[in-house]
Design a binder for this molecule. Sequence first.
Ligand code: NDP
Length: 612
Amino acid sequence: MSQTPLSDSIHGIDLEVLRAKYRRERDRRIRPDGLRQYRSAAGEFGYYATDPYVPRADREPVTDRVDALVVGGGFGGLLTAAYLKKAGLERVRLMDEAGDVGGTWYWNRYPGIHCDIESTVYLPLLEEVRTIPALRYAQGEQIRRHAVALAEHFGLYPEALFHTRATALRWLDPDGEWLVETDRGDRMRATYVVVSPGSLSQPKLPGIPGIQDFRGHTFHTSRWDYAYTGGTADGELTGLRDKRVAVVGTGATGVQVIPHLARDAQHLFVFQRTPATVDVRDNRPLDPRWFQQQEPGWQGRRMDNFLASITGEPVDEDMIQDGWTSTSRLQRAYLSGVQETGLPRQEQQLLDELLDAHTMNGIRSRVDRIVQDPATAQLLKPWYRYMCKRPCFSDHYLQAFNRPNVTLVDTADHGGITRMTESGVVVGDQEYQVDCVVFATGFDVGVSGVLSGTLPVTGRGGRVLLETWREGPRTLHGFYSPGFPNLFHLGSLQNASAVNFVHILHEQARHIAAVVGRAEQLGSRTVEPGPEATESWQATLRQVAVDTTVFQAECTPGYYNGEGRTVRPLNYSPGPVAFHDLLARWRAEHLDEVIAARPGSAGEGSRAGAGR
Ligand code: NDP
């Protein structure tokens, strides 16, 4: 790890000089078109989003009724479906645009794919499903197989609909259920609907002039074309041995895929705009006996420990001890402001900044130690604060630049690639002739169809959700809104998050299932928060909000800060551990308040009231 005790780091760091350098580097990369520089993989770019893994089969439209419909078959949707079944619902249907479950792990199968969070805390329900991860940081294919195992274990396949996109949700007042329409002509009914859109499935492309003129081969990393490259996610891309390959993007995906492209392509051009922070990976096999030796419930304890460690909560012991737990203070600065240590805020901010500088110095000197050519090493050094970009870990990435067949092309002064031609990629005036361009350019992050409008939602009395949310989402705890009964949202929305996002989704799934289970127990089948509870939650969010925009404004552009716009949605700043405690208390004291009284029972009507 690059982080060492703070006391060692203060000497020799001139924060004023460093801040000025960071600002200069940021300014080189800020683009006036911000988020508009990208193109979604739709319409004329729809080719980049097609499914290369599972052929789309014809089927008849479905017009039946289920207890719950879960839109999204990633870990969020899978876990919610699993817990709803545990809560007693019989017909639970998963729906996904992909050809199977797995979400981002269905789509992303590029060579070298791994999860950078330890598998013992990332893969959910290991004890129940009896998966034993082979590696400390699991390969993508093992993660995808675990998602399939979850779907099998909870009997979710018979009802599931794949290659299917929900196109409209309409609440049918008299019947007290949802009508769900899809792009396959389905018109099914569901008592409960859960929307788990995921955030890393919809590829995005740079809006490079001439991108459509390129006559060579091209694809996005999340739709890897093994028919062209040969090989598997383990590498051996034999189809590239006589190819000049360009890869655009050096984020967390680029860092994992580039060592494989470097090894197998005749020549690799890496087009970089902002260098990644790349620290030690230290992946290794896990001993299956270790799993047998653990006391039941070990995974929950380990997950809780990891979540607490990375969000700066007190823990007796750091069970994971990796690059995430050793940088918790730096993550906290990004997620919810400075860590509460009892020191005056300004002093704490200064200490955090010094620690950040020390960590980044370590990462920059690692580049010098590994990369032999000094000019290339210089270009690979990241000049921004640690959490401005997703931190990366690799023991092979920087080493790839020592190969004679790899050329690093820095595009920072040009705002990225200048244009593409029929036969290559142009930066400034220089054209690089290539056979293939691989876009490792990321995703339309956090774009839920509900928020973007591609999944229109009509609630009670014809109320349109996006009109109700014109000034921004208004939910109770991020889950649901008045006027839209039995509709639940998963993901980052008016709640608290952390880097091990599957844990966050896991807690959300449990919460939704507890609420639905209680509604079923009471024979109500109607869940809806009241306006007062929802407004009270908005007030709580505002009251505890910590302003992270100052930190973000100084950051190099990227999707973390809206490409430099620094607009942050309102979330629960005290962090996920406090949020999960809050939810547990709420379930103990207020759960019945979001459950409408059973028709005909005493006190008929919504019981919705308190929010916390
Ligand atoms: P990112 O959005 O993080 O990276 C996109 C890359 O494309 C950046 O390097 C960006 O440069 C570059 N880029 C975009 N436009 C241009 C252009 N016009 N010219 C040149 N370069 C350009 O996407 P990733 O797929 O790498 O990662 C997305 C997320 O997926 C991660 O943040 C992480 O959350 C997740 N992930 C998680 C993994 C895990 O192990 N758990 C592994 C891989 C991904 P610039 O930075 O300058 O904008």
